[in-house]
Design a protein around this ligand. Structure first.
Ligand SMILES: C[S@@+](CC[C@H](N)C(=O)[O-])C[C@H]1O[C@@H](n2cnc3c(N)ncnc32)[C@H](O)[C@@H]1O
Length: 209
């Protein structure tokens, strides 16, 4: 698994207007980056889509999007754009190889990660792309230093944004960065993993052809 370094220097990405400045949080910060990862993919599945904000955004970018969540109370009803389905990330109700891309934002630490990643791999067509953004527990001096920098990004670099708290359930991540890396190496061999500011990481995996 390749690791493409520390988030240092990425503060540039935090200057200027953000497309989700009116619905900003530590997840929507990365929706534009995810749109870049799935560019060129037609059928996109957003697992753990919550209120469907990313699904709608990707639909607006021209993808055919399905959002899936296990919580009926947050899942949007039928409407224009994406279709939404009640379902379990660990037992996806879709045939093998039925999507060109799968996204999962802040979901992996809610579920049995090996099962959910196996399901994401199963529904991806050969050459399809899996993009995971999730949270790792920050520990020790490095975690403390990151905390200072991330609070700066939250309060200073993102001044002017409207903080958005979706009605989705919150869960504290159990794995730290090292354990997360081991898990991703085991479940997504060859994935490119990058630490991101705001306690996140991005893993991109391409299904073998
Ligand atoms: C922190 S929220 C993230 C929501 C959304 N991805 C976002 O970017 O705002 C985690 C979501 O995962 C969903 N979830 C938890 N367990 C799940 C499961 N087994 N299958 C599908 N979704 C699940 C929750 O209902 C919740 O909507």
């Amino acid at each position: 698994m390749a690791e493409t370094g520390d988030p240092g220097g990425r503060e540039d990405a935090h200057r200027g207007a953000h497309p989700f400045r009116h619905r900003w949080n530590h997840n929507s910060e990365y929706y534009p980056a995810l749109a870049g990862v799935v560019a060129g993919c037609d059928r996109v599945l957003d697992v753990g889509c919550g209120e469907g904000t990313l699904a709608r955004y990707l639909s607006g970018e021209g993808h055919r999007v399905t959002g899936l969540d296990a919580d009926a109370s947050v899942l949007p009803g039928a409407g224009p754009g994406p279709s939404f389905t009640l379902g379990d990330a660990e037992d996806l109700p879709f045939p093998d190889e039925s999507f060109d891309a799968v996204t999962m934002v802040a979901v992996l630490h809610h579920v049995d990660a090996p099962r959910a990643l196996a399901e994401a791999r199963r529904v991806l067509r050969p050459g399809g792309r899996l993009a995971v953004i999730d949270i790792a527990r920050a520990r020790g001096p490095r975690g403390a230093a990151a905390w200072v920098r991330y609070r700066w990004i939250h309060h200073v670099a993102r001044r002017g944004t409207t903080h958005w708290e979706p009605g989705t359930r919150k869960v504290d991540p159990r794995l730290d960065g090292a354990a997360t890396r081991r898990q991703l190496e085991a479940e997504l061999p060859g994935a490119v993993v990058r630490r991101l500011p705001l306690w996140r990481y991005l893993a991109i995996w391409t299904a073998p052809t």
